[in-house]
Design a protein around this ligand. Structure first.
Ligand code: ZN
Length: 161
């Protein structure tokens, strides 16, 4: 897919679910690499962390707020093009659990509950799979979601805070 001179994905995929019946809500258009890292993060970090933080709960849905979209960073008129415009990024708004409970991404730096510890744990661990992780502590534009992307940087450097 192509849009204008800058945006597009060579081989886009429509990601509807992850392993173990985790629905992607709504389905996201992504590059394969982004979907792969999302699947790894879910399997190796999010599910195990949830099992510790909320025993008996199971993840039924991953609520995403943005996959592919042709736009600049933080929706500004001028400035750099967003990794979302290449299918490299996905924004995570929260999770739906089988019990019906929902978990929303929110400012959690000083949240002393297990929910807060769960969010901080999965955010830190996301940097093992994604090269950019922005969370509600990053700036006002990310107050209600995690921005995860697979932008390639020289030396494999990561930008996570
Ligand atoms: Zn984003």
């Amino acid at each position: 897919m192509r849009e204008g001179p800058a945006c597009g994905i060579e081989r886009p995929i429509a990601l509807q679910a992850l392993a173990g019946d985790v629905a992607v809500e709504p389905p996201a258009t992504l590059r394969c690499e982004t979907a792969l890292q999302l699947a790894r993060w879910m399997e190796k970090t999010v599910k195990p962390a949830l099992a510790v933080a909320m025993p008996g709960e199971t993840i039924a849905g991953l609520r995403q707020a943005s996959g592919y979209v042709c736009r600049n960073r933080n929706n500004t008129e001028e400035g750099k093009i967003s990794e979302h415009a290449f299918g490299n990024a996905v924004d995570i708004a929260g999770f739906t659990l089988k019990s019906g409970k929902t978990i929303d991404i929110r400012p959690a730096e000083r949240d002393s509950t297990l929910d807060g510890a769960f969010q901080r744990a999965i955010t830190e661990a996301a940097c093992l799979y994604f090269t950019t992780v922005l969370d509600p502590g990053s700036d006002a534009a990310h107050e209600n979601h995690l921005h995860l992307d697979v932008k390639e940087r020289r030396g494999g450097y990561r930008y996570c805070w």
